[in-house]
Write a protein that binds this ligand. Structure first.
Ligand code: MN
Length: 280
């Protein structure tokens, strides 16, 4: 577990040249790690430690949990950045922004030159099916791809006792693959890993986004002023019985790798709308 965060000794915002010189990058590859569970999340630390076996890694992540904020960005309040240490080690920076903010601020102001790869995670909880839309984890990776940087998001399928070990290894292997092969324009990888030891993982499947979704309910309670308040609850329903889907793969012990994009056009529907005569 992380132990501490601290302001930089001067209390001043980090300067680009400070960071660049501290890293002494030269020709090294730099991997940016972020997430939406917050910079103290054990999933982020497991990923950071494993990716450091590849090359240089820096973290720019939210200072507290920002799960389910989707692709939100901050436009009405200032963003603050604080150096983050684990013991004596400077891991990077915590911000009060969203996951997408973290990637923007890292790429546009903190890191020069920009990172070669962005890896977001490891999220506590899967991001599959329609849940992808709400995911801050995926949106951080999406933001990187919008900025032209290859990226992947990685999530562990549990909200209970997490075993981050194998997911971190998967993150490192896929990061190495993406660094080697690159990714098609606009495409990023959404990776979901069963919460199982390596010996019980059945393999890896390249999947499509399925239809599994969060079926919500609301807990209604009364506050001390006798006013009702509402708290989202519910459960994740895996509806996918198609072995091509992310939900099926993870439910059946496979690592799911879905190539996704931020082009939300429903291409097949364009012809249908034209048939309506909308262009006439
Ligand atoms: Mn999360």
């Amino acid at each position: 577990m992380p132990t501490s965060s601290a302001r930089s000794s001067s209390g001043c915002p980090p300067e680009r040249h400070d960071l660049a010189s501290r890293q002494g990058r030269g020709t090294a590859t730099l991997i940016l790690v972020t997430n939406d569970d917050g910079i103290t999340s054990p999933g982020l630390h497991a990923l950071y430690d494993e990716l450091k076996r590849l090359d240089q890694v820096i973290v720019v992540a939210p200072d507290a949990e920002r799960s389910a904020v989707g692709h939100a960005i901050t436009v009405t309040t200032p963003l603050r950045v604080q150096e983050f240490r684990r013991g004596e080690e400077v891991m990077g920076f915590a911000t009060n922004g969203t996951p997408a903010d973290c990637v923007k601020i890292a790429v546009r102001t903190l890191l020069d030159p920009p990172p070669d790869l962005v890896v977001s995670g490891i999220n506590r909880g899967s991001n599959m099916g329609t849940n992808v839309i709400y995911s801050g984890t995926v949106s951080a990776a999406t933001e990187a791809r919008i900025l032209g940087i290859p990226s992947l998001a990685i999530s562990l399928d549990t909200h209970g006792n997490a075993d981050w070990t194998y997911a971190a290894v998967v993150g490192r292997r896929l990061a190495a693959q993406v660094l080697e092969h690159g990714l098609p324009p606009r495409v990023l990888l959404n990776v979901n890993v069963p919460n199982l030891p390596a010996s019980r993982i059945r393999g890896l499947r390249v999947t499509r986004q399925g239809d599994s979704r969060f079926v919500e309910g609301f807990v209604v309670r009364e506050d001390p002023r006798r006013q009702p308040y509402y708290w989202l609850t519910g459960s994740y329903e895996v509806d996918d019985d198609d072995p091509e889907t992310d939900g099926w793969a993870v439910a059946n012990g496979y690592v799911s790798v879905t190539p996704i994009s931020f082009d939300l056009t429903a291409h097949a529907a364009r012809a249908e709308l034209v048939r309506w005569g909308l262009e006439a």
